[in-house]
Design a protein around this ligand. Sequence first.
Ligand code: HAS
Ligand code: CU1
Length: 553
Amino acid sequence: MSSQPTRSAAELSSVHRLTGAYLAVALVSLTLANISAIYQAFDTANVDLQDRFPIFRSYYQGLTLHGVGNALLWTTFFICGFLSFTMVYALRRPLASMRLAWWTFWLMLVGWVLTVGAILLNQATVLYTFYAPMRANPAFYLGLALVVIGTWLTLVNYVLTYRRWRAEHPGERTPIAAFGALMTFVMWTIASVGVALEVVVLLLPWSLGIVSTVDPLLARSLFWFTGHPIVYFWLLPAVVSWYGMLPRLAGGRLFSENVARIAFIVFLIMSLPVGLHHQYTDPGVSEWMKLVHAFFTFLVFFASLLTMFNVGATLEFAGRARGARGWLDWIPRLPWGEPAFTAQALALILFIFGGISGLSNASYNVNLVVHNTRWIVGHFHLTVGAAVTLTFFGITYWLVPFLSGRALWSPRLALAQAWIFFVGELIFSETLHRLGLMGMPRRTQIAAAQYDLPAWHYWFNSPIAAIGGTLMFIGGVLYLLNIVLTLTVSRRPAQVEVPLAEYAPGEMPRVPVLLDRWRPWVTVAIVLTLVAWLPPLFTILSMLSPVRGVRVW
Ligand code: HAS
Ligand code: CU1
C-alpha cells in the first residue's frame, strides 16, 4: 500500500449504510422504470400492450417513467452511493461529514418522491427531456432540482474529504479511483448549472403560474448545456470502475495510470462545449457554433478511445498473466466465471458499438438522417443502457455482498443474467438502429400512430426488436431477483474484498504533477464552456419568443 491505512475498518464502514441506502433507491427506480419497458419493446413491434393492460394512463406516461427512472434516477442514486464508497475506500478515510452526507441523501429522497409522484399521478407526462412548452406539475421540477442540489452537496463533501486527505498525505498522488470520483462530480457540477437555470429561472416560476410564458429554444438550449455532459456523468463512474477496480477483478494491473488520468482530464474539459450536437436541427442557433460543437465532440470521443486502448491493454496483460501466449487466447483466459468481471467486460464490448453510433450522431450531415429516429434510441441503449448499466450490475455483484456480508445468492444466475442482458441489448439496439435508418420515429407510440411503413414490421425488423427488449427485461428481473434473494435468503458469508489496486511501496506508478492538479484543468473547462456557449446563448436571448404552456396528455 502506498499510504498506510490511516483509519480503522470500523471508521471506514460508516459509509456502508449510506451506500446501501443510495443503492436501495437506485434499485427501486430501476424496478419502477422498467415496468413500462416491456410496453415500449412491444410497441416497436406494433403491439399495443397499453390498450390491453392499461396500467398507465397513456403510453407516454410509461415512457416518461422509463426515461426519468432509468436515465435520471437509477444512475444518479447509484452514482452517489458507489462513488461515496469509492472515495472512502480509495482515500482510506471517512467522508468529511457523515451528517452532511445523510442530509444530502434525505434531500435527494424528497426530490425523488416529488418527481416520481408527479409522474405516477400523470401530472408530468413530459418525457425525460421535459421540453417546454409541455408543462409539468411544479412538484416534478422541484423534485429534480432537489436531486441536483443533492449532487452539489455531495461534491462539497468530497472536496472537504479530499482536502483533509491531502493535508495528511502531502506530496502523494491521488489514488486513481478517488481522482476519477472527484472528476465526475467536478465536471457534473459545472455542467448542471444549465439545467439548474432552466428549472429555477424558467420552468418552475412558469409552472407555478408566476410567469405565463416560456421560451422553448432557450429552455432546450439550457437543457442541452447539461444534457450532453450528463451522459458523461453517467459514464465516468463506470470508467472509475474500469480503471480502478476491473484490473484487479481481471487479475492484473491498470496498463497506464497516466493515460487514465489524461482521459479523465479530457472528459472534464471537453464534456461541456459540445451540447449543440443535440440541436443540429434547431433553428435559431448559428451554423458556425454547431460546427464548433461538432469538432469538440470529436475531441471528447478521444477520451473514450484512450479508455478503449488502456482497458484493452489491461485485460490483455491480465490474460497473459494467466498463461495466454497467442494473439487472442488472452480473451478466454479472463475470469469469465466471475459475474462482477463478466458483466463489466460485456458492457465494454457493447460500448464499442455505442461509440460508433455516437460518432455517426456527431457528424453534422449524418445526424440529419438519424435525428429523432429510433437510431438514437439504439445509441443510448448501447451507452447508458448497456455500457453504464451492465457495469453497474457488475459492480453490484461484489458491492452488495461486501456491504451485506452475505455471499451472492447465485453467481451462476448472475452470469446468466449478464449474458441474457448482453444478447438482448445486441439484438435490440442493432434492430433499432436499422429501424431508425428506415425512418421510424422515436418518442412515438407506433401502435397508435397514423403513419406506418410495412417494412418496419417485416419479421426481421420490429418483432426482433421486441424479442431483444424482452430479453433485456428478463435480464433486469433476474438481476433484481438475485439481489433481493442475496439480502433475504443467502446464508453463506461473503468473501469479498474491495477490488481497488494495491501497490507495494516501490511499485507506485509515477505520475507527473500536472496530471494530479485541479485548478488548471477546471479553468480550461470553464473557459472552453464559455467560448462554446456564450455566443449561441446571447443570440437566443436576443430573439426570445416566449409561448404559453400546453398539456398534451
Ligand atoms: Fe451519445 C445522443 C454523440 C457517448 C447517451 N447520447 C445521445 C442520447 C443519449 C446519449 C441518452 O453527436 C439521446 C439524448 C436524447 O434523448 O435526445 N454520444 C455521442 C458521442 C459519444 C457518445 C460522439 N452517449 C454517449 C454516452 C452516453 C450517451 C457514453 C451515455 C452514457 N449522442 C451523440 C450525439 C447525440 C447523442 C451527437 C444526439 C443525437 C441526436 O440527433 O439526437 C462518444 O463519447 C462515444 C465514445 C465511445 C467510444 C467507444 C470506446 C469503447 C470502449 C470499450 C473498450 C472495449 C474493450 C473490449 C476494451 C469511442 C472504452 C474488451 C474486450 C473484451 C474481450 C472484454
Ligand atoms: Cu451528446
